[in-house]
Design a protein around this ligand. Structure first.
Ligand code: ZN
Length: 108
């Protein structure tokens, strides 16, 4: 489902203020055969959302959720490498051996 951004904009409605023509800052995060994920910032209220568009037998379905991610953060999240089993194991080992205060761990 590779539509030009102008066409996608007509399908997107701000889930915070319900304006359909206000979303001006749209970034495509992921685009596959029948689904597209967008990061949308509303120019009316400033609300940001992640919008998932999928093409099914009944037409296009749009599902949006509010986010506090900036567009650059969302891009990094969606286009970065997936977390591997090795990453999870290393994190588990680190936390198992960690002796400090939990506040220091979170702040670092
Ligand atoms: Zn809005």
């Amino acid at each position: 489902m590779k539509f030009p951004l102008e066409n996608l904009q007509a399908l997107v409605r701000c889930i915070a203020c319900n304006q359909s023509k206000s979303a001006r800052k749209i970034v495509v995060l992921d685009e596959q055969e029948k689904k597209t994920t967008l990061h949308v910032v509303c120019d009316q209220c400033g609300g940001a959302s992640l919008v998932h568009l999928s093409l099914g037998q009944m037409g296009i379905v749009s599902l949006g959720v509010m986010t506090d991610l900036e567009q650059s953060e969302a891009k990094r999240l969606y286009q970065g490498a997936p977390i591997s089993a090795e990453d999870v194991f290393k994190t588990h080992q680190y936390l198992k051996e960690y002796q400090g205060d939990i506040k220091d761990l979170i702040a670092s």
